[in-house]
Ligand binder design. Structure first.
Ligand code: SF4
Ligand code: SF4
Length: 317
């Protein structure tokens, strides 16, 4: 099947809701489920997970609630950092159980750094292709933080979709800038792949100009889908309004508090500590922590982290 036809068959919404922030923040499952239900009612039906993020239990809860779900179908995107055939086989099986599904709509190799990394994960990729044949997943792809990764994805036979960071400031792109990523996405489109942009708000760094940041990504025809990391009802409503009325004069900010958050998979490399101009980050014994009294929310730490383990989130006050 052609990749565009696969996207149509799955009924993917243009905006995807990323589960990273929701699952990593200590938001009550009920609250997170409410956000997902609201997103669904506003036309966002695609939810982007990863084994490392967590969040399967929240989605499973919503999918079990026939009142919330109604006639709508939730589309699940999942991914894993597994490298071998056996490890990703286990990861897919665990996801199917946790989500209580017979098929995962899209499954990706998570965070493929480039050609060499992809070759090292040949076993995992082989399994994903077989899983698609067996009907355990519907479509397969890779997520990457590099221009090289997107160019590679463009050339891989049988790959349906590639996901990469894309924003006007180039935040999160490890080996190039916005223009290079745009050209790589264009190449992927020419080769018939579906494309999804993430980090459209630069991990929170572009939140103050969120409308411009979102409009920038939406205007690119080489981007099929846009994954956002909204954590509040106000954000989801504003984003959907902007999608439907591009010139809408919206304001999101009052009533929201920003905060730096560190994810479970921080490897304690210390790069963010070096990058922080305010001395707001430090190791306390073995844990990285943020001194909120010093943090100016400048986002230098977000840009410095190669693990995508630190970002700025928004909380209702
Ligand atoms: S740069 Fe990222 S991985 Fe390294 S210590 Fe900071 S948050 Fe953790
Ligand atoms: S947002 Fe800026 S001030 Fe706050 S911890 Fe990160 S680098 Fe430091």
């Amino acid at each position: 099947m052609e990749q565009a036809a696969i996207g149509e068959a799955l009924g993917l919404s243009r905006i995807w809701l990323g589960m990273l922030q929701l699952a990593q923040m200590s938001v009550e499952e009920t609250e997170a489920a409410e956000l997902i239900a609201l997103s669904l009612s506003l036309g966002i039906n695609t939810f982007d997970c990863a084994r490392e993020y967590g969040g399967h239990s929240i989605l499973a809860k919503v999918m079990e609630d026939s009142e919330v779900l109604g006639a709508r179908k939730i589309v699940i995107v999942d991914k894993s950092r597994a490298r071998s055939y056996e490890d990703i086989e286990t990861a897919v099986a665990e996801s199917l159980v946790e989500l209580n599904q017979e098929q995962i709509d899209i499954y990706m190799l998570h965070d493929v750094r480039g050609k060499e990394d992809f070759e090292l994960r040949a076993g995992a990729w082989k399994y994903l292709l077989e899983a698609r044949e067996m009907g355990l997943v519907h479509a397969v792809g890779i997520s990457t933080h590099t221009v090289e990764g997107v160019k590679l994805a463009a050339e891989v036979d049988g790959l349906d979709i590639v996901q990469a960071p894309f924003n006007e400031a180039g935040i999160g792109i490890l080996d190039g800038d916005t223009g290079e990523m745009e050209r790589a996405f264009e190449l992927a489109k020419v080769r018939g792949k579906m494309t999804c942009a993430f980090k459209v708000f630069g991990g929170g760094a572009l939140f103050r100009r969120w409308k411009e940041a979102l409009r920038f990504v939406l205007k690119h025809r080489c981007v099929d889908f846009v994954c956002i990391g909204a954590t509040t009802i106000a954000e989801v409503k504003a984003i959907v309004t902007l999608l439907n009325q591009p010139e809408a004069n919206l304001f999101v900010g009052s009533g929201l508090r920003q905060q730096v958050m560190i994810a479970d998979w921080c490897i304690e490399c210390g790069m963010c500590i070096q990058a922080c101009p305010s001395g707001a980050l430090a190791f306390d014994g073995e844990t990285l922590w943020v001194d909120e009294s010093k943090c100016t929310l400048c986002s230098a730490c977000v840009a410095a982290c190669l693990e995508e383990a630190i970002f700025i989130v928004h909380l209702e006050q």
